[in-house]
Design a protein around this ligand. Structure first.
Ligand SMILES: *Cc1c(COP(=O)(O)O)cnc(C)c1O
Length: 360
């Protein structure tokens, strides 16, 4: 059956073009029934690990570990890497939630907050002296605002003794993060990797592990998904609990396919599609780009202010089997959000722009 609808939603999102082929392989090989202690599973984990290292340029010393979702990893990072104080750059709903997790875990969660639609530049960030962990959201999915990689790298260089965490949930693998510099990053697969939800990926360096080891000698770092155990097992391509084998398998296949196409090619294509969308809405009557500063505009989630109630536009597109997202939270009825993920091919983007021409 061919796919009727084209999804431009920020996640769950359009599935990766070869998803069905990879899923069929998983079924045909009966991988849903194998033991997660088998060599067969270790080979699957190893393949996914190797493909992600190549795709994101992750050093050998870092660990790549799995969780259920990205928001679970928020909790894992706070529990394993902090004792008292965290610091958060907040400019939308997801970065705000990251901070709320820290507060729920009884940390003092310092914040530098910007109104929705605005981004951060390194020069204006004042880091609190005793913050142990600096939490950044590379792509704030609710507002379509990005924090440039260079600003995140400067934040680490300017605060060598602190850990830096990067939420790259709705942009990975597009940002060119320096994994020999930042300490930890994470994503889930239902956004820009084009897979069904249910798998979070956690990348951490040895500084995170040392911190967790040290903390665990005097306080709880949680019961589930403790970094020392996840780390140790990951080095043998194993997991403490039964993992999402299908998710891990599919992620490895998708990452391999992305590597075959080449990450620099994918980044170039993403930028071209983003430019086309932003240029289009910059000109179009009744629409305007929500993020004012070009350098803070997301490459993977394009947010547009609409004069008409956004539901009218969303419904008109739906008639054409094009599924576009509404604004997030308070912006629900005055914005639309359009994903520009790798699975949103240039052809799909053309089709979407033609549809916007037709609906006016
Ligand atoms: C979707 C999203 C999350 C949460 O991901 P889950 O997989 O739902 O836990 C966190 N951060 C950002 C930026 C997101 O877009």
């Amino acid at each position: 059956m061919s796919r009727q609808k084209a999804f431009f939603t920020a996640g769950p999102a359009e599935l990766y073009p070869k998803f069905e082929e990879f899923a069929k392989e998983f079924i045909d090989l009966q991988l849903g029934s194998i033991s997660h202690r088998s060599q067969q599973f270790k080979n699957i984990y190893q393949h996914t690990d190797e493909q992600l290292r190549e795709l994101l340029n992750i050093p050998a010393e870092n660990a790549i570990m799995f969780a259920g979702t990205a928001s679970e990893i928020w909790e894992r990072i706070i529990l394993n890497c902090t004792e008292m104080e965290t610091f958060h750059l907040v400019n939308g709903s997801f970065s705000k939630k990251f901070r709320q997790y820290s507060q729920e875990l009884e940390r003092h969660a310092h914040v530098f907050e910007k109104p929705m639609g605005e981004g951060f530049s390194y020069s204006e960030i004042n880091v609190p002296e005793f913050a142990e962990l600096l939490c950044t959201t590379q792509n704030e999915t609710s507002t379509g605002v990005q924090t440039r990689e260079g600003d995140i790298h400067k934040l680490k260089r300017g605060n060598q003794s602190k850990l830096v965490a990067v939420d790259m949930v709705s942009s990975a693998p597009i940002p060119e993060l320096d994994f020999s510099l930042i300490d930890t990053a994470f994503f889930s697969v239902q956004k820009s990797f084009g897979l069904p939800a249910g798998l979070g990926v956690w990348i951490a360096n040895e500084a995170c592990l040392e911190r967790a080891n040290e903390l665990s000698t005097r306080r709880s770092i949680g019961a589930h998904g403790r970094l020392p155990e996840l780390w140790k097992q990951s080095k043998e391509y194993q997991t403490p609990a039964t993992p999402n084998v299908m998710g891990i398998y599919l992620l490895g296949k998708v990452a391999e396919d992305m590597n075959k196409r080449g990450i620099s090619e994918l980044r170039k294509e993403t930028d071209q599609k983003a430019r086309k969308l932003y240029n289009y809405f910059d000109q179009k009557e009744g629409y305007s780009i929500a993020v004012e500063k070009p350098e803070h505009r997301s490459r993977t989630v394009v947010v547009i202010d609409t004069e008409k109630p956004s539901s009218e536009i969303i419904n008109a597109l739906k008639e054409k089997n094009l599924i576009v997202g509404a604004g997030y939270g308070p912006k629900k009825s005055s914005q639309i959000r359009i994903s520009n993920f790798i699975a949103n091919t240039p052809e799909m983007m053309e089709r979407l722009i033609e549809a916007f021409d037709e609906i006016g």
